[in-house]
Design a binder for this molecule. Sequence first.
Ligand code: ADP
Ligand code: MG
Length: 320
Amino acid sequence: MIPIDPQLYPKLVLALGGNALIRPGEPGTLEEQYRRIRQAMAHTADLVTAGFATVITHGNGPMVGHLLLQMDCARALVPPMPLFISDADTEGSLGYLIQQCLVNELHRRGRKQGVATVITQVVVARDDPAFLAPDKPIGPFFPAAEAERLHAEQGWHLAEDAGRGWRRVVPSPHPLAIIEQEIISYLLGGGFIVIAGGGGGVPVVRGPDGDLQGVEAVIDKDRVAAVLAREIGADLLIFLTAVAYAYADYQRPQPRPLPRLTAAEAQKYLEEGHFAAGSMGPKIESALDFLARGGKRVLITQCESLAAALQGQTGTHIFP
Ligand code: ADP
Ligand code: MG
């Protein structure tokens, strides 16, 4: 397979999955997050030093879950904040950790390059059907009685989650545009590395007076990665997740890694149900969206395989 060369693909968006930041089952101490992010940034620094102009985006699922739990425990003492504030909080806190780890990693390699986190507002449609049917589970599990209380007192929607208890479900509207797009492009053009759209960014709508305002929702980070990539005119979109490849027949007796796909082939596998909704599905859909709007290549792989994947030796590579 053709290696991924910065001459061919100068501008990229790198989307870090939750797994690059925290693993399921880990309590998520700062030390753990720091260790994971440092590992991820060692691989990211390889991209930067290879000469790619890089925008980084990332998930925030576990961290938002922790914030919501903290707010629930302290609600008698401190007023709870809406979800869009938690989105902004985690863009800031994770952005800080990522930016510091990347600067440190580049510094160790004798390279001086600035990294900036941009708190990103992402426009969604006020009439997005997701607002009428919240289905994205977030935060901690509650027993049934507690779920009833939260519904009555907080107006939350809660849904039973696979026998494990009740969880808050929130709308996950489609991202339409990025308010800070010009700023991100400007920084990138100036030679800086930009962290943007973290956790899917802060969902906003325009009010009747034209003012932006946050809305109670979360946006899928894979979908925001595609919008970011399209809006900044990226050539390449990379998803770093928990698996080395997207597979056909995943979780069947004989899963088949898919090293190379055309958009049409990926579309066919998607329609045949090979990519699970809520995990691999949105990555493939976002990949197709990006490739349909001028993107040149998409790579899906895991952090530790990134170097080999850039050589074309592993990972799922999708072409228009
Ligand atoms: P991220 O935090 O990177 O978004 P997700 O858990 O949402 O991670 O998505 C990655 C997961 O998708 C993998 O760990 C795997 O369990 C799941 N998955 C579902 N279908 C597939 C598939 N066809 N091929 C590979 N992984 C798949
Ligand atoms: Mg995911």
